[in-house]
Design a protein around this ligand. Structure first.
Ligand code: ARG
Length: 580
């Protein structure tokens, strides 16, 4: 992959040196070039250790040969063999300065689009109709949106699809409950409390056999395509959709009603999918249900686990829909990579769906399918977050709280007027919720703490937003706009460190996009912001005694820092206000 990364460029030189010196062929990535934290060393090449065996020479000798044959006078200042066979590399100041200066005119900030773009179908958010979105859906929405932005920026084609739970047996009782509440297909009603609505229907279903019977008949009518029933069902879907769109609006998520590919969307494909699985000889009837048994999955007793594709009563379930979903996105839409951003408890479901899809040929060697799992959000007591009353947290309230808390943080030091402060409080509050989620390894649980996520120091979005605002403030005060041909001067270690950090966006985007791991981009942005802070504290910019060419260079570094922070935050779905 070519992300315009310095490491890859160095890797290509190391590969050429190995070809020249020892006659071995490796790819630039196999040169294992890693940023170094050692004093005076920018990058380290770790290839010699693994190549030693292959070429039958001690690692230090391989490293020596790399150093002796490296043709890189334009790019590298010094090299040395260290330890068991590392090659320490220090870039030349002139090259660094030139590269940094070139970034100023580059809208993509050095990130080349991938040469081999893929076609991604990205399943995220995916809440359930007639239920409030819960924090699991919040995580899916935030992570999915960041992946969408990252993968698109990397150069891939990405189609989002919101796999809303809008079908199945609960809809019988929900529609009967609607009727009892006096709903008609053409409206006038609304549900203020989706969860309450669901629970009331459930309670009636459990307590009242007549209602339960009506509900079951209603499911049959719904699945049979009865128009009156469908009209009511549509009202319920619209009503829920309004709630989802409200949450997306607050979050600044671009999912629209057009991205809705609810379970019901796949209805017309289910029969055919089952017929196809049967024709391929992949199904077996077990306890009256039609099942696929992908190899390698068994229960605690060691018995093979089924993926039920048609239940004994003829109904279809969650798994059937997911098989039809995989088949649709690869077969009908020509996607190459399927991603599902769904909580970790569904890991086995997806593993089985993928295995069955491979058996059926819905996924081939040209396709990848991946469950992008994530952990839970915990309260400060270490348990899954709940409100004080013990109920599940309402997302809208949680997001409103975020903005309220951010408003207090902003008011402490802002000189903005009330309207501007409100807009900034939204950017800071929503940004804090997103960043707290994205900056942690997604597979892990994380603790939701207002004080920590709104802290002005540390790896928080507020810290990054303040750093960016500081850049803007300096640029505004300077009264100039850095010109693209300004020479960058790296007279002090802090300036050099900042230039080096600015050049690492491509590596960060690659790391985050290839591992579907937004926290890697967060880690990089945090490092950049701290490097900028050290530069800002140590290198005066606007003081009268700073020579004009030094000031101009420092302003370029400042403008670039702001550009990278703004772009990075945008890739995470977070706003970067110019003033806080
Ligand atoms: N609606 C489901 C839930 O809330 C998530 C759906 C995820 N996507 C899928 N293709 N199964 O648990």
């Amino acid at each position: 992959m070519a992300y315009g990364d310095v490491g890859i460029e160095l890797g290509a030189r190391v590969a050429a040196a190995l070809r020249r010196g020892l006659g071995v062929e490796i790819t630039p990535a196999e040169a294992v070039i890693r940023p170094s934290t050692r004093d005076g060393v920018d990058y380290q090449c770790n290839a010699a250790m693994s190549l030693a065996k292959k070429v039958g020479k001690p690692p230090r000798e391989v490293a020596r040969s790399i150093v002796d044959n490296l043709d890189s006078a334009d790019l590298v200042a010094t090299t040395e063999v260290a330890g068991p066979g590392f090659v320490n590399i220090r870039l030349s100041d002139a090259w660094l300065a030139g590269r940094a200066a070139a970034l100023l005119g580059d809208d993509r900030l050095g990130v080349d689009p991938v040469p081999d773009p893929r076609r991604y179908a990205l399943d995220y958010s995916s809440p359930n109709v007639a239920k409030e979105m819960h924090v699991g859906h919040l995580r899916s929405t935030i992570i999915g949106d960041a992946l969408l932005r990252l993968l698109r920026f990397a150069g891939h084609e990405v189609t989002p699809h919101n796999h809303v739970g809008d079908w199945g047996t609960p809809f019988g009782m929900l529609i009967e409950h609607l009727l009892d509440e006096g709903w008609t297909p053409d409206g006038g009603h609304s549900i203020s409390d989706l969860n309450g609505f669901y629970q009331a229907a459930r309670a009636k279903f459990d307590a009242d056999p007549v209602f339960a019977d009506r509900s079951r008949k209603r499911v049959v009518a719904l699945q049979g395509g009865d128009e009156a029933t469908l009209a009511l069902w549509r009202r319920l879907v619209e009503e829920s959709s309004r709630h989802f769109q409200k949450v997306y609006g607050m979050l600044g998520i671009e999912l629209t009603p057009e991205d809705m590919y609810g379970e019901s969307f796949y209805n017309p494909y289910l029969d055919d999918t089952i017929a196809d699985l049967e024709a391929k000889g992949l199904t077996r009837v077990s306890d009256g249900a039609v099942c696929v048994f992908p190899p390698g999955f068994s229960n605690r007793e060691g018995e093979p686990l089924p993926l039920i594709v048609r239940k004994g009563d003829g109904g279809y379930g969650y798994a059937t829909t997911d098989l039809a979903t995989a088949r649709y996105w690869t077969g009908e839409r020509g996607m190459t990579d399927l991603l599902y951003v769904v909580g970790t408890p569904q890991a086995q479901h997806f593993a089985m769906v993928f295995a069955a899809s491979r058996m059926a040929g819905y996924l081939t060697d040209d396709h990848t399918a991946e469950h992008i799992g994530f952990g839970s959000i915990l309260g400060e007591d270490g348990k899954t977050i709940r409100t004080r009353a013990g109920g599940s947290v309402k997302l809208v309230e949680l997001l409103e709280d975020a903005v309220d808390n951010a408003a207090k943080t902003v008011a402490e030091r802002s000189s903005l007027d009330a309207d501007a402060q409100a807009a900034v409080a939204r950017a800071v509050g929503i940004g804090a919720v997103k960043y707290a989620d994205l900056s942690n390894d997604r597979e892990k649980d994380y603790v939701f703490t207002w004080s920590r996520m709104l802290a002005k120091e540390g790896n928080t979005s507020v810290y990054l937003q303040y750093a960016n605002a500081r850049c803007h403030s300096v640029l505004t005060k300077s009264g100039t706009t850095p010109a693209a041909d300004t020479e960058v001067l790296l007279g002090s270690p802090a300036e050099r460190a900042l230039a080096l950090a600015l050049l690492r966006l491509p590596a960060a985007v690659e790391a985050a996009a290839t591992a579907y791991a937004p926290h890697k981009l967060c880690g990089y942005l945090y490092e950049l912001a701290t490097t900028f802070t050290a530069f800002y504290d140590g290198c005066p910019i606007l003081k009268p005694d700073v020579p004009a060419e030094v000031r101009a260079s420092r302003l370029v570094l400042t403008a670039l820092t702001s550009a990278v922070l703004t772009r990075g935050l945008e890739l995470l779905g977070i706003e970067a206000p110019r003033e806080l």
